[in-house]
Design a protein around this ligand. Structure first.
Ligand code: NAP
Length: 324
């Protein structure tokens, strides 16, 4: 089978397709044939060792991911596909089932087949939902669920979502609305129509207006871009408001957040990244509560192009990759 392999950190061209052994499902494992995956901001960050927070963070990331090349050479955070075989002990899945799965931050899903164990995320795709639509909501949807749980977002609260047009933002807008929050979305003028169509109550184009200077205050501010740290937006937060630091700009922002009870951060071990959350998100799509936003779609052979699109930092929603 073929895998998209990253042998050294670098630009999208470092991603190349290579023949690797097809995995065999062991005890309690499910073998899935891929039909769709995504290239998300995490994949692009690892491939390019492009991390916020400056050289110290980049050094720490190299220590964790591999010094001059990723220890896990195959990216890919989520996959939609069909169960091809199951190992002994598996009863919840059978060959032919349509599923979505993730290895979390162990990546390894930019390939034609993958196995999933009990420790991985695996959930059925509801009938009528395409592989592309199913896979497109997972990264941003799970991130949003994780942060909204961590800050205990409540119906009737006001939330401002900075970076509302990306993978995380498009899901955050819709999920916050479905929870009964009053949503103000911040994006470029080019994406105002899209974000309004997702149900945002108010939309601010950051290239026309600075939301920190309009005198309004919000119960929650979610920063999906890194240019709205607590220090910049505290005047726009309600007195006991919460700041969701999905991404940060500088090391000092990261460090000061550790002592600030108003700043909410989550980590990759958060237990929301599980099969129940995936099933919940797909149920929301199947019931029409949220809709997938797909920026663009590429054949697996063109996965380097998909990385190039993600590297622009301007994708609207998710970049999907499909397998023939
Ligand atoms: N903490 C976590 O667990 C976690 C989980 C997932 C992702 N992340 C991080 O969260 C960030 C967002 O991820 P993503 O996948 O949604 O990225 P993405 O899809 O690339 O979205 C980036 C968005 O940022 C917007 N943007 C660009 N310039 C902006 C500006 N000056 N002000 C406000 N928005 C601006 C762009 O919108 P326009 O084109 O409209 O400008 C684009 O839609 C990434 O840095 C990622 O690494 C963290």
């Amino acid at each position: 089978m073929r895998a998209a392999v990253v042998d050294r950190y670098g630009p999208p061209e470092v991603v190349t397709l290579r023949e690797v052994p097809k995995p065999v499902p062991g005890e309690n494992e499910v073998l899935v044939r891929a039909r769709a995956t995504t290239v998300n901001s995490g994949d692009a960050r690892v491939r390019g060792i492009n991390v916020p927070g400056g050289p110290l963070f980049a050094f720490l990331m190299r220590l964790s991911l591999g010094f001059d090349r990723p220890k896990q050479p195959v990216g890919g955070f989520e996959m939609a596909g069909v169960v091809e075989a199951v190992g002994p002990g598996v009863s919840a899945f059978k060959p032919g089932d349509r599923v979505v799965g993730s290895h979390g931050f162990r990546f390894g899903l930019h390939q034609e087949y993958a196995t999933f164990s009990k420790d991985d995320v695996l959930a059925h795709i509801p009938d009528g939902l395409s592989d592309e639509d199913a896979v497109a909501v997972l990264f941003g949807g799970t991130t949003s669920v994780m942060f909204f749980r961590a800050c205990a977002l409540k119906a009737g609260e006001s939330i401002l979502i900075n970076g509302a047009s990306g993978s995380v933002g498009t899901m955050a807008v819709q999920i916050a609305k479905s929870m009964g929050a009053e949503v103000t979305a911040v994006c470029s003028a080019a994406n105002v129509v899209l974000v309004r169509s997702l149900g945002a109550d108010h939309v601010i184009a950051y290239d026309r207006e600075d939301f920190t200077r309009n005198g309004k205050r919000y119960d929650v501010i979610m920063d999906n871009h890194g240019n709205a740290p607590f220090s910049r937006v505290k005047g726009a937060l309600a007195p006991d408001g919460r700041h969701l630091m999905v991404i940060f700009d500088k090391l000092s922002t990261f460090v000061s957040a550790k002592w600030n009870k108003q700043v909410v951060e989550v980590n990759q071990d958060d237990d929301a990244w599980n099969s129940a959350t995936y099933a919940h998100l797909l149920d929301l799509v199947a019931r029409g509560v949220i809709r997938p936003v797909i920026d663009s779609s590429y054949d697996f052979e063109d996965i380097a192009e998909a990385h190039r699109r993600v590297d622009t930092g301007r994708k609207a929603g998710s970049v999907v990759v499909t397998f023939a």
